[in-house]
Design a protein around this ligand. Structure first.
Ligand code: 13P
Length: 341
């Protein structure tokens, strides 16, 4: 492992004013997104859609540091035969790859999941590196409910995240470590805080046990946020203040950067929350975005599967990328949204 090179890539991922495009939806997930816009999900339509995003030159040049890809996309070619990975590289962004293989039910823990995909991971990482991937992603999923999460679910998922991270670094690939505490329930922000604290503490404990070099990774966490069905919704300032306090308590300063998931927040909420955190300032790490839905909902709607809408889709994507870039510097303002509409 060459730690200096890993650190260089990690710092590039969180370079000032830039963040990640999470375009790594599995075939099942992208079908759900396409169903919502009445587009049939085929190899070709998935390619056309992602090619539209990666050819958004302003967004890709100025606001996007890297793209997380799904295996199918990683090996796909644009309509003119250029590999999509090459398109991303040519835009100045770094190609990355989702390497987990989704979740399975966790035995003896009803309602809980464990992320799988460690078998043969070393071989897969080698192929992805040769194909141009310089970072990877693994997502663990922790749900909040009356009796959950159990410590068992937190431990097995943290263990797998650390196993993945260690294998990535051995393959000279920067691991994005994503322990996602879901915002699906009716819990309040303090319950999310408490669960996320346990999850992050366990994850960093496992990373240390498995000798992962913190300087060569990126953390992709959820924010401290109430469940979508919570009766107690709170201000952007409270989410920002609690998330920053939580991260300061759990994340070592050696980590080069933190890139949040959007997790089901609306486009503007995800931007406003990131912005409010960066307004607080004085943090040991850059805070930026690694958004899937919050960057893509608008371009998906504008595109709607029609070749004639590609320019509109690219405009919508560029707008969201620019808004989140500003938020990563604490320079976003709500009235910038209206001006662009
Ligand atoms: P969302 O921003 O839609 O949560 O997706 C980010 C991601 O990569 C989830 O694994």
């Amino acid at each position: 492992m060459n730690l200096a090179d890993l650190n260089k890539v990690a710092r590039a991922v969180v370079a000032p004013g830039k963040g990640l495009l999470a375009a790594d939806e599995s075939t099942g997930t992208i079908k759900k997104r396409f169903d919502a816009i009445n587009v049939a999900s085929t190899e070709e339509s998935r390619r056309d859609y992602r090619e539209m995003l990666f050819r958004s030159s302003e967004a890709m040049n100025r606001y996007i540091s890297g793209v997380i890809l799904y295996d199918e996309t990683f090996w796909q070619k644009a309509e003119d035969g250029t590999p999509l990975v090459k398109l991303i590289e040519q835009s100045g962004a770094i190609p990355g790859i989702k390497v987990d293989e989704g979740t399975q039910a966790l035995p003896a823990c009803p309602g809980e999941l464990v992320t799988v995909g460690l078998d043969k991971l070393a071989e897969r990482l080698k192929k992805y590196y040769e194909g141009g991937a310089r970072f990877a992603k693994w997502r663990a999923v922790i749900d909040i409910g009356p009796q959950i999460p159990t410590m068992t679910a937190i431990r097995v998922n943290a263990h797998a995240l650390a196993r993945y991270a260690a294998l990535c670094q051995a393959a000279q690939i920067v691991p994005i470590v994503e322990p996602e505490v879901l915002m699906d329930g009716d819990h309040d922000i303090d319950r999310c805080y408490e669960v996320t604290q346990r999850v992050l503490n366990k994850t960093f404990q496992e990373l240390r046990v498995q000798r992962v070099a913190l300087e060569g990774m990126i953390l992709k966490p959820n924010m401290a946020i109430p469940g979508k069905k919570s009766a107690k919704q709170v201000s952007a300032e409270e989410i920002a203040e609690k998330t920053v306090r939580l991260l300061k308590n759990c994340v070592p300063a050696a980590v080069p950067g933190i890139a949040f998931l959007s997790g089901g927040q609306s486009d503007e909420e995800a931007t406003a929350h990131l912005n409010a955190m960066n307004r607080i300032g004085g943090l040991p790490w850059p805070l930026t975005f690694s958004y899937g839905r919050a960057l893509q909902a608008a371009p998906q709607k504008a595109w709607a599967g029609k070749a004639g809408n590609v320019a509109a889709g690219q405009r919508a994507f560029t707008h969201r990328a620019r808004m989140n870039s500003l938020a990563s510097k604490g320079e976003w303002q709500a009235d910038l949204e209206k001006k662009a509409a």
